[in-house]
Design a protein around this ligand. Structure first.
Ligand SMILES: Cc1cc2nc3c(=O)[nH]c(=O)nc-3n(C[C@H](O)[C@H](O)[C@H](O)COP(=O)(O)O)c2cc1C
Length: 194
């Protein structure tokens, strides 16, 4: 598929089947993240991959409950409801089968270039996943999730470089049900200056 078509047809998926994501695909998705543009050529992002469904669910339940879920009636998506749309969803990772955690250096956590480097990595992973037929959903609240004492303890047992901090999550799996269409784009968001 041509690149622009891929970018336009990819959607965030939150309803997953029980099918595992193959290890070879997860390796390619992570590799795509490693080749993303990165501030100052510093290759500042690190990726933690988790394939254990029960562990992902455990972290996802913390994630769903670490910040306010009530957005005063504001909706995210009816086709693929988020934890904001459907307050009965208990797992902030939507029972996905694989989870990537993109981490950046703590010292750059509040710097646009540090955050940007995490996000370019994440977006490369999203698009490689889509290319491979793997569906995904970016999920936030990483800082709040890893502030929970049990999560801090767990993080230390993973052997991650402690100068790095989780920035964002990427839920991965295979869609259950029909693939959604894009919402129309808001107008007047591009300006060419002569
Ligand atoms: C920075 C960022 C944070 C996001 N956080 C969440 C999240 O915490 N939970 C969630 O279900 N979706 C999250 N999403 C997914 C967006 O809701 C989704 O991209 C948006 O509704 C547009 O839908 P589309 O990706 O299908 O075009 C996030 C996306 C981005 C870019």
């Amino acid at each position: 598929m041509e690149m622009l078509k891929m970018l336009k047809t990819r959607r965030t998926i939150r309803k997953f089947t029980e099918q595992k994501v193959e290890r070879e695909k997860l390796e390619k998705i992570a590799e795509a993240g490693l080749y993303a543009p990165n501030a100052g050529g510093g290759q500042g992002a690190k990726i933690i991959m988790i394939e254990d469904f029960d562990l992902i669910r455990k972290i996802g339940i913390y994630n769903a409950n670490c910040e306010n879920r009530n957005w005063n009636g504001r909706k995210v998506n009816d086709d693929q409801p988020s934890i904001i749309d459907d307050l009965t969803i208990v797992n902030g990772f939507y029972d996905c089968q694989a989870l990537a955690i993109v981490c950046i250096p703590k010292e750059r956590y509040n710097m646009v270039n540090g955050i940007g480097t995490g996000f370019t990595c994440l977006e490369n992973m999203v698009m490689e996943a889509y290319f491979l037929g793997v569906d995904s959903c970016i999920v936030g609240r990483a800082e709040a999730t890893f502030k929970i004492p049990e999560m801090q303890e767990m993080y230390q047992t993973w052997g991650v470089d402690e100068s790095y901090q989780p920035l964002m999550f990427l839920c991965m799996g295979y869609i259950r049900g029909n693939y959604p269409k894009a919402k129309p784009r808001k107008e007047n968001r591009v300006l060419f200056v002569k």
